[in-house]
Design a protein around this ligand. Structure first.
Ligand code: HDD
Length: 751
């Protein structure tokens, strides 16, 4: 059921729910004078999970449904107990020898409480530490049966999933909007065993061989001597490595592009990166690459927005994901396959399919859509689910197999290995979020954190004492297929194929496929990052790499750095651009986009009400931004001029010209450019207009709001709509949001 349509069906109630969701900072209903809730004293059971939460605790370690209510084993009963179930009278005072005396060692409750607390944190992921996860469902369209026997891809099948999005470099508490690759890992709980598609939002990787993974990660993570910078690659060690290890250059140009700063997890593509081998019922094979296509299109922040958000709302992407799900605007993607014949060369159109630094342009191998993913439930407990989830590229169902891609081969080792430390032992598959939904009978026993109580005496094969159980499965029982690929007889070497030596042609392909504004962003990103390096030699070496990608790119970055542009050291590759790589030039659904409406107590409330209704009807989210919190007339203000900032908006409507409050604090400083001149309009409103304009967002105004745009100096510029009717102005703004930004304004701004 399309969540957006839910809003259409019940505009008013959905409006209330969405806006309530978005006012999490305001306790109680916005604007209402709810009495303070006293501490309850009557014993009652723990609250059940909220409807939008999706705890996986209703399954046993072997996958069977327990029938118990979700989270039932988390908290039970009305009374406070020790970890072993003894009821407690008091948890606020240590046991002491008299009220002023020393604390007694015999206070078991105190020691148990502090000991558990002392061990609450587990090691964060060595990469992808910062992330957010959600539950959902995958529905197969059909069509994939011809190439794979994987049951979850059969027409009409639905499969539970858990998805975790992440940044790569930052620590657990780092900001969401930093320039980085994003992880997009999906756990399909298929009834033939779990399938983990451990993907990124970029289709290529920095390295071709897993043996280099510690090198790239050590180079990109904060410097070992100062532990800076956090969550970004703008430092010497990263650029030192990638300018020397030039196979990284293709991934790097994706990082420097708008893909490095996504608008939302909901507007990211996902890529399995490697080529996989699919096998069908007849045992025939094809090679394939996995793609996720967001239903809302691929959209990005502009760099200044990303920087501002890192301070104003470091949880921007996490908040966006959970707000959307809670409001019923479920994020959706389609799963697609690029399919290639399984030839002995393992190439397609001259592109080596085993090289994870290469894409196959969609124009050469179209992405065939085979199913859709809807995220519809939030975690009940973030740690239990999003933190403890453990993905592994080797979790494959029958019908999907690996290839010899040396990056993939190394990953097959690394993902179990890391969980042994991170999750404290080999039994992490028993953690609820990791439990397969297929029956498990694996003869593994004991180990740290063993939760299963295994029966029988014979966890070995062959046996007669447990009746021979478990039995090997065959084709009829849908056993996993290790495709019997012929392995060439070859000398043992530490070497890569010659085709892996091409490090620049596809970086050039990417650059030439970008629109002018996207190229400008790439130039600015390189200039920013290299400008943050201390070492001149590193800048110069990276400029040499850029010269080998494209002389124009090199010259523009060199100009920004104040350095001469070197000549290429090799012939420039002759490539055909791939328009599919550009994010521009298409109109997209605007579902879930945020529209700020500036109001004041004198605003024409009837018009605001009509515009709000029109915004909801367009499946977008209105946020009233007012001089103060509470109510404006009978409408709740979701933001005040103190709490609202432009960066959380996709478009701004100005319905009033609020005067500066006599005691208003001064306007917060814009990070770029001077604060707008003071005038009869509240400077915080002018700042909001100025920022929205700089970030090429659609802006509209009617009534006295038109004068605000004039005062901000943006009236009559591209992407600015004014008129007498609020609804007509919104209609114009809505059309602009479908383009994502007023692109022709960006060159003139700092975007
Ligand atoms: Fe990795 C986590 C994606 C190469 C070793 N990786 C991790 C996650 C994602 C990816 C999305 C986060 C999973 C989560 O949310 O829990 N990694 C990729 C992609 C790669 C890639 C798309 C290249 C195509 N990774 C890669 C290599 C190695 C690793 C070559 C090691 C040889 N990755 C890890 C890891 C992590 C991880 C250290 C950290 C936490 C975890 O696995 O569970 O094992």
């Amino acid at each position: 059921r399309n969540p957006a349509k839910v809003v259409k069906e019940a505009v008013e109630s959905a409006a209330e729910k969405v806006t309530d969701t978005l006012t999490s900072e305001v306790p109680g209903k916005p604007g209402s004078a709810e009495p303070t809730v006293p501490e309850p004293t009557t014993p009652q059971d723990p609250p059940p999970p909220k409807p939008e939460q999706g705890s996986p605790q209703t399954r046993t370690p072997t996958g069977a449904r327990t029938g118990a209510p979700a989270a039932a084993d988390g908290q039970q009963g009305a009374y406070l107990t020790t970890a072993h179930g003894a009821r407690l009278r008091d948890t606020d005072h240590s046991l002491k020898a008299g009220p002023r005396g020393p604390v007694l060692l015999q206070d078991h409750h105190l020691r148990e409480k502090l000991t558990h607390f002392d061990h609450e944190r587990i090691p964060e992921r060595v990469v992808h530490a910062r992330g957010a996860g959600a539950h959902g469902v995958f529905t197969a369209y059909g069509g994939a049966e011809a190439v794979t026997r994987a049951g979850f891809l059969r027409k009409g099948r639905t499969t539970d999933v858990f998805v975790r999005f992440s940044t790569v470099l930052g620590s657990r508490g780092s900001a969401d909007t930093v320039r980085d690759t994003r992880g997009f890992a999906t756990k399909f709980y298929t009834d033939e065993g779990t399938f983990d598609l451990v993907a990124n939002n970029m289709p290529v990787f920095f390295i071709q061989d897993a043996i280099k993974f510690p090198d790239i990660v050590h180079a990109a993570k904060p410097r070992p001597d100062r532990e800076i910078p956090q969550a970004q690659a703008a430092h010497d060690t990263f650029w030192d490595f990638v300018s020397l290890h030039t196979e990284a250059q293709h991934h790097v140009i994706w990082n420097m592009s708008d893909r490095g700063v996504p608008r939302s997890y909901r507007t990211m593509e996902g890529f399995g990166v490697h080529t996989f081998r699919l096998v069908n019922e007849a045992g025939e094979t094809v090679l394939a690459k996995f793609h996720w296509k967001p239903k809302l299109g691929v959209h990005s922040l502009v760099w200044e927005e990303a920087q501002m958000l890192a301070g104003i709302d470091p949880d921007f992407h996490r908040r966006d994901l959970y707000d959307a799900i809670e409001a019923g605007a479920f994020p959706e993607w389609e799963l697609g396959l690029q399919i290639f014949p399984d030839t002995p060369e393992e190439t397609f159109a001259g592109i080596d399919l085993l090289d994870p630094t290469k894409i196959v342009p969609e124009e050469l191998a179209p992405v065939q859509l085979v199913g859709s993913l809807t995220l519809n439930r939030t975690p009940t407990n973030f740690f239990a689910e999003a933190e403890q989830v453990a993905f592994h590229v080797g979790h494959l169902p029958p019908g999907i197999d690996v290839t010899n891609d040396p990056l993939l081969q190394g990953r097959l080792f690394s993902y179990v290995d890391t969980q042994l430390t991170r999750l404290g032992g080999p039994n992490f598959a028993q953690i609820p979020v990791n439990r397969p939904h297929a029956a498990v009978n694996d003869m593994r026993r004991d180990g740290f954190h063993q939760h299963a109580v295994h029966a029988g005496v014979a966890p070995y094969r062959p046996n007669s004492l447990d009746g021979g159980n478990p039995f090997p499965a065959g084709d009829a029982e849908n056993a996993f297929v290790d495709v019997p690929v012929r392995v060439a007889e070859a000398p043992k070497v530490r070497a890569s194929p010659a085709s892996f030596d091409d490090h620049f042609s596809q970086a050039r392909l990417f650059w030439l496929s970008m629109s002018p504004v996207e190229r400008e962003h790439i130039v600015r990103a390189y200039t920013f990052e290299l400008g943050r390096c201390y070492h001149q030699a590193i800048r110069e070496r990276q400029l040499q790499c850029l010269a080998n990608i494209d002389p124009v790119l090199c010259a523009q970055v060199a100009a920004g750095l104040g350095l001469p542009a070197p000549e290429p050291t090799m012939p420039l590759a002759d490539v055909t651009p791939s328009p599919a790589l550009s994010q521009l030039g298409r109109q997209w659904p605007t579902d879930g986009r945020m529209v700020g409406i500036v109001v004041d107590p004198d605003v024409d409330l009837d018009t605001v009400r009509d515009v709000r209704r029109a915004i909801f009807a367009a499946d977008m989210v209105p946020l009233l931004i007012a001089p103060h919190g509470g109510l404006i007339g009978d409408l709740p203000a979701q933001r005040s001029f103190a709490t609202g900032r432009s960066v959380e908006l996709d478009a701004l409507l100005v319905a009033a010209a609020p005067a500066p409050a006599p005691d208003a604090p001064p306007a917060p400083d814009s990070q770029v450019g001077a604060p707008p001149a003071a005038g009869p309009v509240d400077p915080r409103v002018l700042l909001m207009v100025e920022e929205c304009w700089r970030h090429a967002k659609a802006i509209g105004a009617w009534g006295s709001g038109v004068a605000v745009l004039e005062q901000a100096g943006v009236g009559g510029t591209p992407g600015v709509v004014t008129g007498d009717s609020g609804e007509d102005v919104f209609a114009g703004v809505h059309r602009l949001v479908a383009d994502h930004r007023a692109w022709d304004r960006l060159s003139a701004s700092v975007g």
